[in-house]
Each structure stands twice: as C-alpha cells, then as structure tokens.
Design a protein around this ligand. Structure first.
Ligand code: ADP
Length: 209
C-alpha cells in the first residue's frame, strides 16, 4: 500500500506512521526525519537545511523531491510506503505523481489550538527520531525514550516562533493539497484529535489491518 500522511505539524503523522508501517510491512519515509538525521550527521545536506528548518520554513522543492524519489526507488519500497511530511506543496505532489501512483492520502484533521498545545509538549528521540508527547504519557525514565533508550529532546523548530511560522507555511502551501487530493478521490479524513491509540484504531478500521 502506498500512502501519504498529510496534516498540520503536530497532528500525529509520525506517531501513527511508526505503528502503521509495522502492520503494513512498508518503510516509513519521513522527510523531516531524513533532514534531522542529515543535520545530526553534519552532512552537506544537513548544513544546507539546518537554518531553514530551525526557522520553520520549507526546504526547497528540488532538494526534497530528489530525496523522496531516491527513497521510493529502493528495494524496500517496492511493495509500498508511508510518506510522512511529503508532499507539502502542489509542486511536490505533481512531481510525486510523475514517479509513483499513491493509493490513498490520509488527512489528519486537527484544529490550530490543538496544534499549538501538541507542539509545545513534544519530545523527540535523538537516536531513532520517534516522537513522544507529555500529554499522552510519561517515559519510564525521565528524558529517555522507552523503545530505544535514546535521549529525548525538544526540537529547535518546536519553539514558539518557529511553530507560528510552520502553521502559516502549512496553511499557505500544504493545506491546498487537501482539495487537490480530494478532487482526485484519494483523500481519507481522519480525526487527529483523540489519543494515538484511538487514531490507530480508526486507521486499522479504514484499511482493514
Ligand atoms: P512536522 O510534521 O512536525 O512539521 P516534519 O518532521 O515533517 O515536522 O518536518 C520538519 C521540517 O522539515 C519542516 O518544517 C520543513 O522545514 C522540513 N521539511 C520536511 N518535509 C518537507 C517537505 N516535504 N518539503 C519541504 N520541507 C520539508
């Protein structure tokens, strides 16, 4: 199954993706995780995108499309994938249509007030990139991610100023994709408001997994 997870920052795309890829046995391709790994490794790509990401702006389409095209061309993505955080612009969606036929686009529906609340309490694992929210539980050991033992930290772009910018960018550049994919009859709406377990449950019902 070839799926795109679409929605505002903090809607729970990454959280659901981590669980859904196990059910579907497909890779989780998160452009945000790829960029953060590049920043941590101080690679050429990382150095190029760090300031852009920290400011809450979008990395340029050409760079991002090339990364995704490469990831989808790999052996592990032959039977499908979950694309998390891509496409984020109409340009990216058109490019994607040129090299892969998506089965469905899951639209994570979440009001702005909840986005602000969620990003404020988000912690990310430095080792595996998983997200954790202080609203939805507590790690067994303070500051340590239960699953892999990595250090939990607050992403630079989860600071207040960057959050406002990311929401603005989402509204202007990414939200138009909702109509774009609805017209193509690919959109599946999911209420992203409930706790992660419930969002997973509605995903399973929708896709019979
Ligand atoms: P979130 O979903 O919480 O906003 P992501 O981890 O998906 O965060 O993305 C973090 C940042 O990485 C974005 O704010 C943006 O700067 C960059 N990024 C991720 N995906 C894309 C994309 N498809 N196009 C351009 N920039 C991207």
């Amino acid at each position: 199954m070839k799926l795109v997870f679409l929605g505002p920052p903090g809607a729970g795309k990454g959280t659901l993706a981590v669980k859904a890829v196990v059910l579907l046995t497909v890779p989780h391709i998160s452009t945000g995780n790829i960029f953060r790994a590049a920043i941590a490794a101080k690679s050429e790509l990382g150095l190029k995108v760090k300031a852009i990401i920290d400011a809450g702006k979008l990395v340029d389409d050409e760079t991002t499309v090339a990364l995704v095209k490469d990831a989808l061309g790999r052996e592990d993505a032959r039977n499908g994938y979950i694309l998390d955080g891509f496409p984020r612009t109409i340009f990216q969606a058109e490019a994607l249509a040129g090299f892969s036929a998506v089965d469905n686009v899951i639209n994570f529906d979440l009001p702005d007030a909840s986005v602000l609340e969620r990003l404020g309490g988000r912690r990310t694992c430095r080792t595996c990139g998983a997200n954790f929210h202080i609203l939805f539980g507590k790690p067994k050991q303070d500051g340590v991610w239960d699953s892999c033992g990595g250090e939990l930290y607050i992403r630079d772009d989860d600071r207040k100023e960057a959050i406002a910018e990311r929401l603005e960018v989402y509204r202007e550049q990414t939200a138009p994709l909702i109509d774009y994919y609805r017209k193509k009859r690919l959109l599946v709406d999911v209420d992203a408001g409930p706790a992660p377990e419930q969002v997973l449950e509605s995903f399973r019902k929708n896709f019979g997994v």
